[in-house]
Design a protein around this ligand. Structure first.
Ligand code: ATP
Length: 150
């Protein structure tokens, strides 16, 4: 369905910017992509919720989260960056696997099932897009979603 990007993103991030502020985390956006895209609004919302939940979960007060959009090579790029604890190189190979979690013990504080990113990958797949994980310099994690736009 046709979705107006800026309004959609702003609606998704509103609760997150509030929670981040209450947690003492900086939340910022750089929304360079504008216009209307054909996406499954509900599922794309869920995808961003998964990435933003993780960004909040794996950052401490004083750290930062940002969501950037841009159009590159006729593709919509959405990057969710955080300056949190980051993911090991070994972990990066597995974060999209079912039930994968970086700490097996002590996982209670940041509880979860390890299914979030598996669902995120599936949502990106049905949009014929790509999702990748990278280090955010100098510290933290970037999840980058690239979607073809018509
Ligand atoms: P849930 O299923 O509730 O989302 P989860 O966060 O454990 O639980 P995933 O979202 O699939 O599951 O993430 C898998 C693992 O990837 C996490 O357990 C965590 O180790 C790592 N991870 C995901 N996002 C980040 C992030 N932004 N920073 C650091 N580690 C992350």
């Amino acid at each position: 369905e046709p979705v107006e990007l800026a309004a959609f993103i702003n609606q998704v991030i509103e609760p997150y910017s509030e929670i981040a502020e209450l947690d003492g985390k900086q939340f910022s956006t750089n929304l360079a992509a504008t216009g209307t895209v054909l996406i499954d609004r509900q599922r794309m919302h869920q995808l961003l919720v998964i990435l933003l939940d993780n960004a909040l979960k794996y950052t401490e007060p004083g750290q930062a989260i940002s969501l950037d959009t841009m159009i590159k090579n006729k593709q919509l790029v959405i990057a969710v960056n955080d300056t949190g604890r980051g993911i090991s190189d070994a972990g990066k190979k597995h974060v999209f696997d079912r039930f994968y979690r970086e700490d097996k013990s002590g996982s209670r504080a940041t509880g979860g099932t390890g299914l979030g990113l598996t669902i995120a990958q599936w949502i990106v797949d049905i949009h014929h897009g790509k999702i990748s994980v990278e280090d955010f310099k100098p510290q933290g994690t970037t999840f980058r979603v690239t979607l073809p736009i018509k």
